[in-house]
Design a protein around this ligand. Structure first.
Ligand code: AHM
Ligand code: MG
Length: 338
């Protein structure tokens, strides 16, 4: 395969990817540089003092890891100075992140989870940055508003993630398929390694934190029993269970091998069922990727990308993966009156 980097790939496919011009290409190049810098620091973890906690608690009420803060700072610093963004939102920051005075603003909104799966850092397990790009709704000469950021996932113009693992890899969609690029450390470029990724129609793996069974309702318990039942699930064998606890890594495996990832609602208070994963910075970007790879993503029943957000840090149940498994889950929830 000839070596093609991300920019060349965008240029070669410009006709299929109307977004892939000027400002957007610059945005992507700045994101790529941020990923390379974060990747460099992640691979040094253990050698230099980047492990452990900063002592701060973030907007989600979680202790902030040093690498989380580092990744967040790299992205905010780099992207706010790129001249192509009018507003940003990070999983680590409570409100909208404005562009500092004196820097030009552009037409794009960027939303990210700077270091997903960071509870796994010390164990050298794959972690990643998840991102989502929208076009601003307000006029270019007007101040940006919350409406520019709180758009439903269906309005995304690009999304993806960078996985820091045994190799560093970026998976990207600009609304015309999904493509994977692996960082070649010898040339310092992300090269096209996984063109046109399609999720298998059905798979043999289910992925869920089964330790929380006690917090689920009858419908979710039936869903998981379905995957374990060789007679009932239509495959003649139980599914295998895999759960890393790092969404970006669990999702990446699901995208390549097929099957399903679920983070269902916690029903401890049945009047307030609660998902854990964040709509804007986790569920929407991965849902855009999976749909572009011919998979599905729902909150159990409804399409994630159609949800109208009301809050930057809103949480949703997430059911994502191969069409066969996601539809089976939808049927079970529907039967229970969801
Ligand atoms: P984070 O963004 O603070 O790392 O939290 C999200 C993570 C996901 O990566 C993962 O899927 C999930 O939390 C695991 O949660 P749990 O430990 O409840 O199974
Ligand atoms: Mg996360």
């Amino acid at each position: 395969m000839p070596e093609v980097n991300v920019t060349e790939h965008l240029l070669l496919n410009q006709k299929k990817m109307p977004v892939a011009r000027g400002q957007f290409t610059h945005l992507l190049n700045q994101l790529i540089l941020s990923f390379k810098i974060i990747s460099r620091e992640v691979t040094k973890a253990g050698l230099v003092d980047v492990l452990g906690f900063t002592g701060e608690v973030n907007v989600q009420g979680e202790e902030v890891k040093k690498l989380d803060e580092y990744a967040n700072n790299v992205l905010i610093h780099r992207m706010s100075r790129a001249g192509v963004i009018c507003a940003m939102s990070s999983e680590e920051n409570e409100g909208i992140i404005d562009i500092p005075e004196g820097f030009p603003r552009g037409d794009y909104v960027l939303i990210f989870d700077p270091l997903d799966g960071s509870s796994n850092i010390e164990a050298n397990i794959n972690i990643g940055t998840i991102f989502s790009v929208y076009r601003r709704l307000s006029a270019s000469d007007q101040p940006t508003s919350i409406e520019d950021v709180l758009q439903p996932g269906v309005e995304q113009v690009a999304a993806g993630y960078c996985l820091y693992g045994s190799s560093t890899m970026m998976v990207l969609t600009t609304g015309s398929g999904v493509h994977g690029f692996t960082l070649d450390p010898s040339v310092g470029e992300f090269l096209l390694s996984h063109p046109d990724i399609k999720i298998p129609e059905r798979g043999g793996i289910y992925s869920i934190n089964e330790g929380y069974t006690t917090y689920w309702d009858g419908a979710t318990r039936e869903v998981v029993e379905f995957f374990k039942d060789p007679e009932g699930n239509g495959s003649g064998a139980p599914y295998s269970s895999r759960y890393i606890g790092s969404l970006v890594a669990d999702f990446h495996r699901t995208l390549l091998y097929g099957g399903i990832f679920l983070y269902p609602a916690d029903m401890r208070d049945p009047k307030k069922p609660k998902g854990k994963l964040r709509l804007m910075s986790e569920a929407n970007p991965l849902s855009f990727v999976v749909e572009q790879a011919w998979g599905l993503a729902t909150d159990g029943v409804n399409r994630i990308l159609d949800i109208a957000p009301t809050d930057l840090h809103q949480r949703v149940p997430l059911v994502i993966g191969s069409p066969y498994e996601v539809e089976k889950v939808r049927d079970i929830y529907r039967k229970h009156g969801y």
